[in-house]
Design a protein around this ligand. Structure first.
Ligand SMILES: NC(=O)c1ccc[n+]([C@@H]2O[C@H](COP(=O)([O-])OP(=O)(O)OC[C@H]3O[C@@H](n4cnc5c(N)ncnc54)[C@H](OP(=O)(O)O)[C@@H]3O)[C@@H](O)[C@H]2O)c1
Length: 221
């Protein structure tokens, strides 16, 4: 049986991916910040993690000592103030956005990497908006910059933290998805996104790092 650990699964894409992997027969541990009845209903083993507080991530790793997973996904993320720009944002709001979207995921990845099986993969939920090379607009400039920072950190993570271990690193774009974050006008529903993401995760093989969307298409860094 394949196994996965998903950080940030109370709703949206993390919840949908938990449901999708369980429907495929995977053994899933999934986390929430506060009780999510929808996550409880999936049949996943549920744990509590606030990714902003790495002590909670370390406590999870300790509670899972002795277990390993085919895939670990750091999915949690926030949009920040949608109207904020580099010209208007407060230091506090910017620090929160970069903390949750870039720093906290890498810290979590470093804490959870020992739980990834040899031959498995670790994923970071980025966005196509984090692509610097592919960027054609100034839309959502701070959220995009936070995901670009995450992308940069995942590159270093792949080289330094994973190194020669037989673990693939996935930097993922889920599509523009109808969730609380993506909004009702997004391109695809959660079911479409998570079916694709589950296929990408199931097919991931070390060595190396890929920046790919839910269909498996490569995105320019
Ligand atoms: N939707 C899109 O179109 C889209 C596109 C590109 C990338 N993404 C990325 O995909 C990921 C999931 O997005 P989504 O659309 O599913 O968003 P969502 O519906 O807003 O859900 C966000 C998830 O992240 C969790 N989270 C936020 N901050 C957290 C923290 N400090 N600790 C633990 N969990 C935390 C939330 O938990 P709570 O319920 O506790 O808040 C929730 O489970 C994010 O990283 C997002 O940036 C989404």
């Amino acid at each position: 049986m394949n196994s996965a650990l998903i950080i940030g699964a109370s709703r949206g894409i993390g919840l949908g991916l938990t449901q999708e992997l369980i429907s495929r027969g995977w053994d899933v541990v999934a986390t929430q910040r506060s009780p999510s009845p929808a996550l409880a209903a999936t049949g996943a083993q549920v744990a509590n993690v606030d990714i902003d507080d790495s002590d909670t991530v370390a406590a999870l790793a300790a509670s899972l000592a002795g277990r390993t997973f085919d895939h670990v996904l750091i999915n949690a993320g926030i949009t920040g103030g949608r109207a904020d720009t580099a010209s208007t944002v407060s230091r506090e709001a910017m620090a929160q956005l970069f903390w949750t979207n870039a720093i906290a995921p890498i810290r979590a990845g470093r804490i959870l990497l020992p739980l990834v099986k040899e031959g498995g993969s670790i994923g970071f939920m980025s966005s196509i908006l984090g692509s610097v090379g592919g960027r054609q607009s100034a839309w959502a400039e701070l959220y995009s910059a936070s995901k670009a920072a995450l992308n940069s950190l995942t590159r270093g993570f792949a080289v330094q933290d994973v190194g020669n271990r037989a673990i693939a690193v996935l930097t993922l774009h889920p599509g523009w998805v109808k969730t609380d974050m993506g909004g009702p006008d997004a391109d695809i529903d959660v079911a479409t996104s998570v079916k694709g993401l589950a296929d990408v995760i199931a097919a991931a093989r070390p060595p190396g790092q890929r920046y790919v969307d839910y269909s498996g298409a490569t995105i320019p860094w």
